[in-house]
Design a protein around this ligand. Structure first.
Ligand code: HEM
Length: 488
């Protein structure tokens, strides 16, 4: 393979070495920034060859849109990763984010798109508001545990299954473990590890599991993850105690089908619902980080809330159109500290030619969303948190089509994006309307410095490092409001 087909060569990139190719060029730290740098030298479409695998990194909006969106069908696959075939991981083949482009993915994806479309999330507004009010009460009671309050996955479990997650609940232990295992192994940083054959057999760093045969562990976790929450919903439906949720709605739709058909539909429901994870944890921590680091932004958002809503009630979804600064704030949050700076890799299902470059079938395609949304020409001082970027001179909100990239692009674009958008709005506006978030103080009353660093958490998702902050009600009016709403 000399990298040429029909007169076209692979996209440019660092020259490959014999045998190892570009293995040593694959960045280990902040790969999004390293690829962005590389693109200054080689252009917006870069090619690396890693142990026989062609990896194409897209660093411009036009390249991402042209390939992943316009030629969406060609790039709708996920990479075929040998590691996913190992005994431990093969039972998770059904999970939509990593699934190859097959019939189960297509059907599951359709169901998720239907459940999570903007119109459908409107019917969950009440539930989101109630969850948010409970979150405010938890912040008031134990502000130092703010990370724990965010991390509970509550929003997603009540949306998906109408399940009220308690602290330390085992209902999410299977998904949490599975996500930890999968995401550590599959994505960009780990891309090269996938090709190291010994890993196909022994992920020895999984100590809590290693006493059982891997195949059994994988199957048990996968079954638990898929079946346990759905069984909960079915039982609740039988007892007449089921509350509205995505799962109960779908189960109701197929309730009266003949059993053979019902079985297949229920399987798809399990696949689709089981593929939903709490993805907003990272953004919510970054939200608190932004507030401590940029007090000016916090004050401005509070001024807008006070004028538009007043101080005697909490925000609702109906207020959104009157809060352009807050809208811009939510967008800036997703841009400033991207959750998945390299999105999730796609793969090509056939040979393709882009701008005279040859992209072979089976190539891994990485959309470098970070390079685009942190480009200092389009976003001056990209590391600063500035909602104003998305405001017109008259203060109205200005949308930016490139922002959608934080949710990926094309056929695999995040189906949870509208839900995320709604969740962030209601949580952020509610927190800001009643709390002041500032640097925490040490015993002698000095500000504790804030660690603003980000860390790669389990493979693809990036989180803020642990930091401290003080979260206090703005005044007694705010405190009363939180308490009154958490009781109703
Ligand atoms: C801030 C929060 C979130 C971010 C930044 C995010 C981002 C992403 C990205 C970048 C992808 C890959 C897109 C691509 O391949 O082009 C993705 C896929 C996915 N996301 Fe999200 N996501 C978030 C929250 C959620 C939530 C709350 C849900 C469910 C309600 C969800 C469900 C999914 C699923 C099922 C996929 C796989 C889609 C497929 O492969 O067909 N995500 N997400």
């Amino acid at each position: 393979d000399n990298g040429r087909r029909g007169g076209h060569s692979y996209p440019p990139g660092p020259p490959p070495w014999p045998i190892v190719g570009n293995l040593l060029d694959v960045p280990k730290e902040a790969p999004w920034a390293a690829y962005a740098n590389m693109s200054k030298k080689y252009g917006d479409v870069i090619c690396l060859r890693v142990l026989g695998q062609v990896v194409v990194v897209l660093c411009s909006l036009s390249a991402v849109k042209e390939l992943l969106e316009k030629r969406g069908e060609t790039y709708a696959d996920r990479p075929a990763l040998p590691i996913l075939e190992c005994a431990l991981l093969s039972p998770f083949g059904w999970l939509l984010p990593t699934s190859r482009k097959n019939e189960t993915w297509r059907e599951g994806r359709k169901l998720l798109d239907r459940s999570l479309r903007p119109g459908a999330t409107i019917s969950y507004r009440q539930m989101m508001q109630e969850n948010t009010h409970r979150f405010l009460a938890q912040l008031l009671a134990t502000p130092r545990d703010f990370r724990g309050h965010i991390e509970a996955g509550k929003f997603v479990m009540s949306l998906t299954y109408g399940y009220d997650l308690k602290d330390g609940d085992t209902m999410i232990s299977a998904p949490v473990q599975a996500v930890e295992i999968l995401s550590r192994l599959i994505l960009p940083g780990a891309a090269l590890v996938n090709h190291l054959p010994f890993l196909r057999h022994v992920p020895s760093w999984v100590p809590f599991l290693s006493y059982k045969p891997l195949a059994r562990i994988g199957k048990e976790l996968s079954d638990k993850m898929k079946n346990e929450p759905i069984d909960f919903v079915k039982n609740a439906m039988r007892d007449g105690t089921a509350v509205q949720s995505m799962a109960s709605e779908h189960l109701r739709e197929v309730e009266n089908l003949p059993s053979s058909m019902r079985h297949r539909h229920e399987e798809i429901i399990k696949v689709a619902m089981g593929s939903i994870f709490s993805g907003t944890v990272s953004s919510m921590s970054s939200f608190f980080l932004a507030l401590v680091l940029f007090p000016r932004v916090q004050r401005r958002a509070q001024e807008e809330l006070d004028v538009a809503i007043g101080r005697d009630r909490l925000p609702t979804f109906d207020d959104r159109k009157r809060l352009p600064y807050l809208e811009a704030f939510c967008k800036e949050l997703l841009r400033w500290r991207m959750v998945t700076p390299l999105a999730v890799p796609h793969a090509s299902i056939e040979n393709d030619v882009y701008k005279d470059f040859f992209i072979p079938k089976g190539a891994t395609i990485v959309a470098n969303a970070w390079a685009i949304l942190h480009d200092s020409e389009t976003y001056p001082d990209p590391e600063d948190f500035k909602p104003e970027r998305f405001l017109d001179k008259d203060g109205s909100f200005r949308d930016d089509p490139a922002l959608g990239l934080v949710f990926g692009c094309g056929k695999r674009i995040c189906p949870g994006r509208h839900f995320v958008d709604a969740t962030l709005f209601i949580v952020i506006s509610s927190v800001l309307s009643v709390f002041n978030v500032t640097k925490a103080k040490d015993k002698s009353g000095h500000d504790i410095p804030v660690n603003a660093a980000m860390t790669v958490h389990s493979g693809i998702v990036v989180h803020p490092e642990k930091f401290e902050c003080s979260i206090a009600p703005r005044d007694y009016i705010a405190e009363d409001l939180i308490l009154a709403n958490s009781l109703s």
